[in-house]
Design a protein around this ligand. Structure first.
Ligand code: 13P
Length: 268
């Protein structure tokens, strides 16, 4: 789940602990400066884990790393996992650059995610078109780079869907059979529970959520301000919205079947 500030960290950690679910906290590269920089974000999440006495495993992840250099910076400060987003590059260049991140990351025990095709839609100001992942390119990226997780773009979009999401389940099945790493689904907000669970059965082990959490936070914030137009106490304004983040995160965890998986995760 992607975070957009301190209260997101609190909300998703609380949800994970309540549901006894391991959790991946994602910070998208485009937001790093706004969030305070790699080191600050990492320290803040780690301090919160300690202060809140969180017992479930938490993985700190760089989402959509914009360059090899940025991925290396996140690795150097201690991120557990990074995604190199080579979706705008030719497959040859994507392989070349992802491989650099994998070689660097693996030396330091950091997991690396790569992308083939392009997830469309709007994410934090970036607007892109959907480009379906080519199956042979997926196989090549995994084989040549030895990455840990693969995000094949199969029709999902970041942000709000215009019309019904149309995921390529046939391609998903083929990719599942041809690569031996877990798959990652970007743009999960707005996809039906049925389709998400189908994607999970077809090998998706990491499901990325951002928009759905932000929408529930925004709605609660708006309602709180509209209900009492004289309110200016920040805690009174923000607290209900943190609960909205927490509740949405818990709903997502349960829908993905990640609740009560703490023990399983540790054993593996
Ligand atoms: P949504 O914004 O659709 O939830 O997608 C999040 C995502 O894929 C982050 O990489």
């Amino acid at each position: 789940m992607n975070i957009n500030g301190l209260i997101w960290i609190e909300g998703v950690l609380k949800a994970a602990e309540n549901q006894q679910s391991p959790i991946i906290i994602g910070t998208t590269d485009k937001n790093i400066e706004y969030l305070g920089g790699y080191q600050f974000i990492l320290n803040t999440i780690k301090n919160k884990i300690q202060a809140m006495e969180i017992t479930v495993p938490v993985l700190i992840h760089l989402d959509h790393g914009l360059s090899v250099e940025n991925c290396k910076r996140a690795i150097d400060v201690g991120y557990d996992s990074v995604m190199f987003d080579g979706s705008q590059l030719s497959i040859e260049e994507n392989i070349k650059q992802t491989k650099k991140v994998v070689e660097y990351g693996h030396q330091k025990g950091v997991l690396v995610e790569g992308e083939v095709g392009a997830v469309g839609g709007e994410e934090d100001g970036l607007i892109g078109q959907v480009r379906y992942a080519d199956i042979n390119e997926c196989v090549a990226l995994v084989k040549e780079t030895q990455l840990d997780t693969l995000a094949p773009a199969l029709g999902s979009v970041h942000g709000k869907y215009q019309g019904e999401p149309n995921l390529g389940f046939e391609e998903m099945k083929i990719i599942r059979n041809k690569v031996d790493v877990p798959l990652v689904l970007h743009g999960a907000s707005g996809i039906s529970n049925y389709d998400l669970q189908r994607a999970i059965k077809l090998g998706h082990a990491k499901i990325n959520f951002n928009t759905e959490i932000n929408m529930s936070w925004t709605k609660k914030l708006r309602d709180t301000l509209e209900d009492d137009k004289d309110l200016f106490n920040p805690q009174k304004i923000l607290k209900p919205s943190i609960q909205a983040i927490e509740q949405t995160a818990e709903k997502i965890i349960k829908m993905c079947g990640s609740n009560n998986q703490n023990e399983v995760f540790i054993q593996n």
